[in-house]
Design a protein around this ligand. Structure first.
Ligand code: 5RP
Length: 220
């Protein structure tokens, strides 16, 4: 409940950074649900949104916010999304909700990424949470073995299929090495569709919400 109030505070604060009549990229997860609710109260304020998951699209449509396909827009000036962990440089672990691939695509397109989190998500070093890795099902064992070679401990996310029709391996024990290097190493494993380490493209701004209702900027 306290986390929920903190998430809502971060979401409301993000609204102040959204210019009128723009296309906004919208991430996934409970913090983003608060942001969609806040946006819906300002109906007509933005031109529309690009969604990163089926659930986000459903919520945007329910709020009467026009949803555009990413391929049909000229650009995404701003992207708002949460994270499972964020470090002081804006690098994130994402994918707790399994929408990491679309999130990484929209983050890549976006000119600016505003990350909204409650205070429990702020860490000095990423890795307490597992790293979500979206994998082609037939490559599950191969990818798991490759992760073990890197020193990681992958666990199959039982009963979960992503919006893209793939499985998730949650990998514990993130190796201690430069994050961008690790991101690239993981990108190169055949069978990995995408993973939830957002380091090369990290958040530009991080708004941290507190249960008492105030916020602070971890990254201005
Ligand atoms: C979904 C994500 C979410 O941003 C992350 O899991 C945080 O979720 P929540 O806002 O519910 O705490 O990466 O893939």
């Amino acid at each position: 409940m306290q986390h929920d109030q903190a998430k809502a505070a971060a979401a409301r604060a993000a609204l102040k950074h959204i210019e009128p009549d723009t296309i906004v990229g919208i991430g996934s997860g409970s913090t983003v649900h608060h942001f969609i609710e806040a946006l819906s109260m300002q109906r007509g304020h933005i031109e529309g949104a690009v969604a990163t998951s089926v659930e986000t699209k459903r919520r945007l449509e329910a709020a009467d916010i026009p949803v555009y396909d990413l391929n049909s827009v000229d650009g995404v000036p701003v992207y708002v999304d949460g994270a499972d962990e964020v470090d002081p440089s804006g690098a994130c672990l994402k994918g707790g909700g399994g929408a990491l691939t679309q999130e990484k695509i929209v983050a890549a397109v976006a000119e600016r990424w505003i990350c909204i989190v409650d205070e429990s998500k702020c860490v000095q070093r990423l890795g307490a949470c597992p790293l979500a890795i979206e994998v082609i099902e037939s490559a599950r064992s191969y990818v798991a073995r490759a992760l073990v070679v890197l020193g990681m401990n992958p666990v199959y996310r039982e009963g979960f299929i992503t919006d893209n029709g793939h499985i998730i391996l949650d990998a514990y024990d993130l190796p201690v090495q430069p994050l961008i290097e690790l991101e690239q190493t993981l990108n190169q494993i055949t069978g990995v569709v995408c993973h939830g380490l957002f380091a090369a493209r990290r958040a530009d701004q991080v708004i941290v919400g507190h249960a008492e209702g105030h916020t602070h900027l971890l990254l201005p």
